[in-house]
Design a protein around this ligand. Sequence first.
Ligand code: ATP
Length: 237
Amino acid sequence: MAALLEARGACAGYAEIQVLAQVDVAIPAGSITAIVGSNGAGKSTLMRALAGLLRLSAGAIRFDGADITHHPAHVRVDDGIALVPEGRLVFPELTVADTLRIGAFLPRARRGWQDRAESMYRLFPRLRARRDTNAGRLSGGEQQMLALARGLMSMPRVLLLDEPSLGLAPAMADEVFGVLRDIRDQGVTIGIVEQNVYAALAIADQAYVMEDGRVVSHGPSKQLIDDPAIRTAYLGL
Ligand code: ATP
């Protein structure tokens, strides 16, 4: 499958600290691709670099065959790359319905936003029940769903998710993971960083394992789940 979004030889960091060292990652169109690894491995940094929130010091980012290394973040949103950052970050005073509406702020996403909001309520029935509630009053899981739905309202071609299960009760996390598959099946490509390695490998088509700013392993998720080194290091098996 052709890569929709990829990093090639990507190097990036913060001030003098280099975090990403020659990272090659390819997210194929129509896939769920997971990025896993221990704390501080550079997973969030990679997500920021893909979304254009962090500049590369070397290497390239390609999207749908084009070099977008120098596209700033807002242009990448326009290109069709949406990042749902860690921590959910919804505006607490906005209702669920208004949050979805502002998710469709891009000119190309405005048309048909009401139908799209309706399809978000089908995907996340909990949000329909709470459409007039302020986002700040939702539970953590509901806020995560709202952050995902807001990202989808921009009609992205690729959705990048940073730790969507962080802080969620297991049942709620399962619900979120289940929806990710539905989103992929509707044609949205997904890149996901997860601390819950088992859950991420269970839903992903393929995965990259990062350590210390480098990719140390890569393959179909099923293969990684069976890899003894991965099982010991990340799955506690
Ligand atoms: P975690 O699961 O803990 O978020 P991660 O794999 O996502 O881990 P990153 O958040 O990408 O890792 O962090 C990689 C390294 O970059 C870490 O050493 C971290 O301390 C450092 N780092 C992250 N953000 C910043 C920042 N804004 N300024 C300076 N250093 C940072």
